[in-house]
Design a protein around this ligand. Structure first.
Ligand code: NAI
Ligand code: MG
Length: 368
């Protein structure tokens, strides 16, 4: 697969909290990562560099990314991102101005979204319990429905016309498909579901199916099945246990992964990694949720999605043991019932963060 991660155990991380609850959850995430580094006796270290690019920057400068910004970002080992979006800026401006403006040029073409029901939390699915829902969704992150192709003519006229063209290239679908099969192969159940809509969308989606069948031949130990995206939503709700790895287009996987997060209990717990599997450029790690204006500044945002994101970042950087430890600490705290409101608890961001930091210290045997 990708080149081996660095063996230096010292990582330069670009911190970009951006908007809404972004600063609250990224602040909590940095605190946990610093605690881990200290508690491990410096077995791994982080150098955090703060980037204040946000919707405020856009309002001041007319752009989210200052000139030369992408070049600065490239020198880091990873990007730890909050969320972008403000009530007084159209969402397509903020998304394309910052998040997609980083993902696309840095070739973070694989978006990886694991989901499971954490200990101590509940799924809205009546019968599902911890272990019944353990998925990873691989989302094409560089083209497809979000390629940005299209336009608008005759604005404001009754005959106004708009096009939103999906772009699927063999190169991009094949590299993503191979990456997804590699992930499936490493998981215990070695199962992959290829999601398309190749009945109604008879060009790009049919090519997806063909590429999947072709790549599948390289992975005889991975069991593949195919599903139309609409049917997949039913299967996720009715037979969660039958699913392991899912691979889908930019749009389809975007929607399926929000459904996955909700089925696991809350959008507040889910992580996402925007990976450049070639490791030529830094990858970007973020909680799946957005800037959540309705709870910004109230101290109630669930930081678990960001902690899980931090664990995914550690894993990508090569710190597997630390990643497993952090996941165990997160589940311990959830299992102890220290939960934010979105998970039915009463704890605030700060209490959950302190509890996870304490669990981390204990886990390294350095409890105060
Ligand atoms: P959202 O994820 O911000 O919020 C949806 C609901 O989930 C809200 O009720 C919110 O309070 C709740 N929620 C989200 N994160 C939570 C957390 N950590 N703890 C507890 N509750 C949480 O999605 P929404 O409302 O559709 O979008 C708000 C803004 O965020 C928009 O501007 C949107 O474009 C942007 N956005 C940005 C994303 C990104 O930066 N990757 C992803 C999704 C949305
Ligand atoms: Mg989304």
């Amino acid at each position: 697969m990708s080149a081996a991660p660095s063996s230096k155990h010292e990582y330069s991380i670009a911190c970009m909290p951006a908007d809404g609850i972004g600063p609250e959850v990224i602040g909590a995430g940095v605190e946990v990562l610093k605690t881990m580094s200290e508690a491990s006796g410096g077995a791994f270290k982080f150098h955090f560099e703060d980037y204040d690019w946000s919707s405020e920057t856009y309002k001041k400068l007319g752009k989210y990314i200052p000139d030369g910004g992408l070049e600065r970002l490239k020198k880091h080992d990873a990007i730890f991102f909050g969320a972008v979006g403000a009530p007084d800026i159209p969402d397509h401006i903020s998304l394309w101005g910052l998040r997609l403006a980083i993902c696309q040029p840095l070739q973070q073409y694989a978006n990886v979204r694991p989901t499971k029901i954490l200990r101590g939390t509940e799924s809205p699915l009546r019968k599902a319990k911890t272990g019944d829902l353990d998925w990873v969704i691989i989302r094409e992150n560089s083209e497809g429905e979000y390629a940005g192709q299209g336009g608008r003519s005759h604005q404001g006229q009754p005959w106004e016309t708009s096009t939103e063209v999906s772009i699927f290239t063999r190169h991009c679908v094949e590299r993503l498909m191979r990456f997804a099969f590699e992930i499936a192969q490493k998981r215990a159940r070695k199962r992959i579901t290829v999601v398309t809509k190749s009945n109604a969308q008879r060009n790009g989606m049919v090519m997806w199916d063909e590429i999947a069948a072709h790549v599948a031949k390289e992975f005889p130990d991975v069991e593949m099945d195919k599903m139309l995206v609409d049917a997949m939503t039913c299967r996720m709700v009715l037979q969660p246990n039958s699913i392991d790895t899912i691979v889908a287009t930019n749009l389809h996987a975007d929607i399926l992964s929000d459904l996955a997060a909700a089925l696991a209990g809350s959008i507040g717990i889910a992580p996402t990694s925007n990976l450049d599997p070639t490791r030529q450029h830094p990858s970007m790690f973020e909680p799946i949720h957005g800037s959540a204006f309705d709870i910004t500044g109230k101290g109630v945002a669930n930081p678990i999605g960001t902690f899980w994101t931090a664990a995914e970042m550690l894993r990508w950087l090569g710190e597997e043991t630390a990643a497993d430890k952090l996941m165990e600490c997160i589940e311990e705290v959830c299992g102890d019932g220290i939960l934010t409101r979105d998970l039915g608890g009463t704890a605030g961001t700060k209490e959950v963060t302190e509890a996870v930091c304490e669990a981390v210290r204990k886990s390294y045997g350095s409890s105060k």
